[in-house]
Write a protein that binds this ligand. Structure first.
Ligand SMILES: Nc1ncnc2c1ncn2[C@@H]1O[C@H](COP(=O)(O)OP(=O)(O)OP(=O)(O)O)[C@@H](O)[C@H]1O
Length: 587
């Protein structure tokens, strides 16, 4: 039952009807053979005693029965076939959608823990495996169970000794299957792990192609991929090689039944305890049941292996999603209250308390790795802190429905991801019901209209996966247009690194300047000159707030901020106070 639950992504009821039809089709399948046996008996009676006339009535009944049941078999098999694939594909489609929905509601930390290929594998291969188990293997297993059981039960009444002989090897076969089940699971798990690893490595190899080419890394990454393929090959050989003989022996025990029927039958006939027609009936039905049993035994490991894929899916579906029932906050005042956050064991934020007032610009600065991005991630509830709370409008965001929370937040990050879709649709992700005019207006405000118009199909140009056909600055401006369109009251902004060319940078800064107006903005600033006009600057040092205040106050304090400022201005030869860039940028 548990396996049935797994191969149906938690919907065993979808297979109830298919199982009943498949069982019925198999039961039907046996009846023509019973009729055949009856016909053989009639014929035997006629030849055994020349004075007895041939029982034509019985013969016609047997033939008629065979014909009717053949039609019924066809009908039942058709129903079984249709309901099996409908049930299985329905369970799988619903399961896929449920998993995609579920993954969206999981904390980001869960996704980051997974191997790159693992979730993709789950969506594609694991579901394909469960489909295979439900559509192809399950009917074979049902057939392997129903046919022998039925035949055995019926034949017990005909001659119990021959019936027992027919099934004598079966308990031994079951014992062998039970004996190897642990080993089978262990080998299956390491085989699956190797399969997932090889696809993760392949994904890594393809995604990292740019770096591989740039650094001519033919060696290392390819070696890892090759090693993963090799490991998978070894695991496959081990799985088949170690388990195969056990299953073959189990089948041999089952099929031994045919020899035992013959031996027992011969002795019983010699004793006059069994007639020739009964003997023939056992042979006829015996040849009929051993095949489905052997097939079922051969397919059982594949079924269990595929059910493991369903188990992995169930494991992810069991992961607790982020909860919270509250609607959006009334105000957008953000407060970190003694927040401590760890990635596994690494403490990244340590009892951070900070205010980000509604309608103001708060900048977060600090050395690389000091926890700046983590603060933004906590505001968006990509993670929940282990201690303390993040509050918006006074309410703990752990109690806010994550989707409601995200409705109020726009994010512009450095590493912008664009979907392989038109530029227009990529901007529309900001607000799905936006009109073309609204999209173009947002694009103009974000300073990307001009470059979009220069693309071959303008707004209908399709960008490469991730945005690969646009420059870094262009991608960021598209993401700003998205944020403009979303028009959310809170804006989380990760300032672009200083790698942009001056033209791109000035366009980007203009766009950001428009975006921050009238919003509660929390901005990670890598270049301090962009935050001199911020209402509050939080200076992070290894997860703790070293100091906070306005630019002038912090410069006067001669602390970490002042040191960073000095370093940056010295490195770039800026003119210090009064400053050029930022004021214009942020107004
Ligand atoms: N998903 C993660 N899992 C484990 N550790 C992480 C994860 N993300 C970040 N870290 C670690 O947490 C620390 C803080 O990271 P964070 O990204 O918040 O720093 P940051 O100040 O934004 O750095 P940068 O300025 O370089 O972007 C770093 O040491 C980083 O290695």
């Amino acid at each position: 039952m548990e396996r049935l639950r797994h191969i149906t992504a938690g919907r065993p009821e979808t297979m109830r009807r298919p199982i009943v039809w498949t069982a019925l089709a198999n039961i039907d399948n046996m009846i023509p053979f019973a009729c055949l046996s009856a016909a053989v008996s009639i014929l035997y009676a006629y030849y055994a005693d020349p004075h007895v006339p041939l029982n034509w009535q019985g013969m016609w009944l047997a033939w008629g029965g065979m014909a009717i049941f053949l039609v019924l078999v066809f009908a039942a098999e058709l129903m079984s076939y249709r309901s099996v694939y409908r049930g299985a594909y329905r369970a799988s489609a619903e399961g896929r959608t449920q998993l995609a929905e579920h993954v969206r509601k999981l904390p980001l930390g869960f996704l980051m823990k997974k191997n790159a290929g693992e979730l993709g594998q789950m969506m594609m291969n694991d579901f394909a495996q469960t489909e295979n188990a439900a559509t192809h293997i399950l009917p074979q297993l049902i057939s392997g169970a129903v046919v022998p059981l039925l035949a055995f039960a019926g034949l017990l009444f005909v001659d119990w000794r021959m019936a027992l002989a027919m099934m004598a090897g079966f308990p031994v076969a079951l014992l062998i299957l039970w004996g190897v089940s642990r080993l089978e699971r262990k080998l299956g798990q390491s085989h699956s792990a190797a399969r997932i690893d090889q696809s993760g490595r392949l994904q890594e190899y393809l995604l990292g192609m740019k770096v591989i080419k740039a650094y001519n890394l033919r060696g290392d990454n390819f070696t890892r991929l090759k090693r993963a393929y090799h490991h998978f090959m070894l695991e496959s050989i081990r799985l088949e090689g170690v388990l195969g003989p056990f299953f073959l022996v189990a089948i041999a025990f089952v099929e031994m039944g045919l020899s035992l029927i013959t031996m027992t039958g011969v002795y019983l006939m010699l004793d006059g305890a069994v007639t020739v027609p009964v003997f023939v009936m056992f042979l006829l039905i015996g040849t009929r049941i051993f095949d489905p049993m052997s097939v079922a035994i051969m397919r059982l490991p594949a079924f269990k292996y595929d059910a493991m894929a369903g188990e992995r899916i169930a494991g992810v579906l069991k992961e607790p999603v982020m909860t919270g029932e509250n609607g959006p906050a009334g105000s957008f005042h953000i407060r970190f209250d003694e927040v401590t956050f760890r990635y596994d064991k690494l403490v990244v934020l340590d009892r951070v308390t900070a205010e980000m007032k509604e309608g103001t610009l708060t900048a977060i600065v600090g050395l690389s790795g000091s926890g700046k991005s983590t603060m933004l991630r906590l505001i968006a509830r990509f993670y929940d802190p282990q201690q303390g709370s993040v509050r918006i409008g006074g309410g703990d965001i752990r109690e806010t429905d994550p989707e409601q929370l995200l409705k109020n937040i726009s994010m512009v990050f450095q590493d912008v991801y664009l979907f392989q879709d038109t530029v227009c649709n990529n901007i529309r992700y900001g607000r799905e019901d936006a009109t073309q005019e609204e999209i173009e207006a947002a694009a103009k405000e974000a300073c990307c209209h001009d470059f979009i118009m220069k693309l071959p199909q303008g707004y209908d140009s399709v960008v490469g996966e991730g945005g690969s056909t646009l420059s870094g600055g262009e991608k960021q401006r598209v993401s700003i247009a998205r944020a403009m369109l979303k028009n959310a009251p809170i804006l989380l902004l990760d300032e672009a690194a200083s790698s942009l060319d001056p033209e791109n940078e000035s366009e980007l800064q203009k766009a950001i300047g428009r975006l921050v107006q009238g919003r509660t903005v929390i901005m990670i600033a890598h270049r301090l000159r962009t935050v001199v006009k911020a209402d509050n600057i939080i200076v992070l040092d290894r997860g703790r707030i070293a100091e906070q205040g306005r630019h002038e106050e912090l410069l006067g304090g001669r602390g970490l901020y002042a040191r960073l400022w000095e370093l940056q201005t010295r490195a770039s030869g800026w003119k210090i106070p009064g400053t050029s860039g930022t004021k214009e940028v942020l107004q």
